[in-house]
Design a protein around this ligand. Structure first.
Ligand SMILES: C[S@@+](CC[C@H](N)C(=O)[O-])C[C@H]1O[C@@H](n2cnc3c(N)ncnc32)[C@H](O)[C@@H]1O
Length: 211
C-alpha cells in the first residue's frame, strides 16, 4: 500500500499556508519526483508475485503517470481507480475551488491477475465513504489512512498467511490491518517518530482472523 500526498493553500496576496500533509512528498524538481517514484514502482513490480496486486494513493496532479507511463513500461495491468470519499471534509476558507473531499488510489496487478477474494457486491464498489481523520484517527501521523479502506484492499487481494509489503508505512495502518487479518507484512518507514508509532500500534493489535 503506497501513499503520495501534497497539498498547499495560498491565501490571496499573503504567504502560503502550507497544509503539510506530507513533507516527504516535497521534491526540488518534478524530474526528481518522477525519478524517485519510478525507482520504487519498478522495485515493487519486480518483487510482486504473479497474482499480486498493487495499490497506490496518488496525488491528483500526477493522474496518468501510473497508467500512461509506469504501468506500460513495467508490464503492469491497470485495473481501477478507487475513490476514498470523506463524509466530513475540512471546510474551505476561501471558497475558491472545489472542496477536497476525496483521495484516489491507483490499482494494478500483474498481467494475468484476477481479484483473489471477490467480497460482497457492495464491498467491491471502487469507492468507500468514511469520515475524515478527526473521526477515525488513532495517531498524530498527518496522513494516517482509515483502517476500513486498507482492510478492503488486503481482504480482496490476499489470503490468510500471504505477504503484504508497504514501502511507506507511516503510522502503520497496513501492518495493523495485516496483523488483524492474519497476513504477514513488511513495512518501511524512514521517519523514526512514525516508525515508533507504527510499532506501538502493531504491538497493541490482536489477530482477529485465524487460519
Ligand atoms: C502517506 S504516508 C503513509 C501513511 C500510512 N499509509 C498510514 O496510514 O499511516 C507516507 C510515509 O512514507 C514515509 N516515507 C517517505 N519517504 C520514504 C522512504 N524513502 N522510505 C521509507 N519511508 C518513507 C513518510 O515518512 C511517511 O510516513
Amino acid at each position: 500500500m503506497i501513499s503520495q500526498r501534497n497539498q498547499n493553500i495560498r491565501i490571496a496576496g499573503k504567504k502560503d499556508i502550507r497544509q503539510d500533509f506530507g513533507v516527504w512528498d516535497h521534491f526540488d524538481s518534478e524530474a526528481e519526483y518522477f525519478e524517485f517514484t519510478e525507482n520504487w514502482f519498478k522495485e515493487c513490480c519486480r518483487i510482486l508475485k504473479p497474482k499480486g496486486w498493487i495499490y497506490i494513493f496518488f496525488d491528483r496532479q500526477k493522474v496518468g503517470f501510473f497508467d500512461l507511463i509506469l504501468a506500460k513500461k513495467y508490464n503492469i495491468k491497470s485495473k481501477s481507480i478507487f475513490a476514498w470519499l470523506k463524509s466530513n471534509p475540512c471546510p474551505s476558507i476561501r471558497k475558491a475551488n472545489w472542496l477536497s473531499a476525496s483521495e484516489f488510489v491507483w490499482i494494478g496487478c500483474k498481467q494475468k491477475g484476477r481479484i483473489k477474494n471477490y467480497l460482497s457486491h457492495k464491498e467491491m464498489y471502487n469507492y468507500m465513504i468514511t469520515p475524515n481523520k478527526a473521526a477515525y484517527g488513532e495517531t498524530t501521523h498527518p496522513t494516517e489512512k482509515p483502517r476500513a479502506v486498507i482492510e478492503r484492499f488486503v481482504q480482496a487481494s490476499s489470503n490468510v498467511g500471504e505477504l503484504v509489503l508497504d514501502p511507506f508505512v507511516g503510522s502503520g495502518t497496513t501492518a495493523v490491518v495485516c496483523k488483524s487479518l492474519n497476513r504477514r507484512y513488511i513495512g518501511f518507514e524512514s521517519d523514526r517518530r512514525y516508525y515508533r508509532i507504527a510499532l506501538g500500534r502493531v504491538a497493541k493489535t490482536k489477530t482477529e482472523v485465524l487460519l
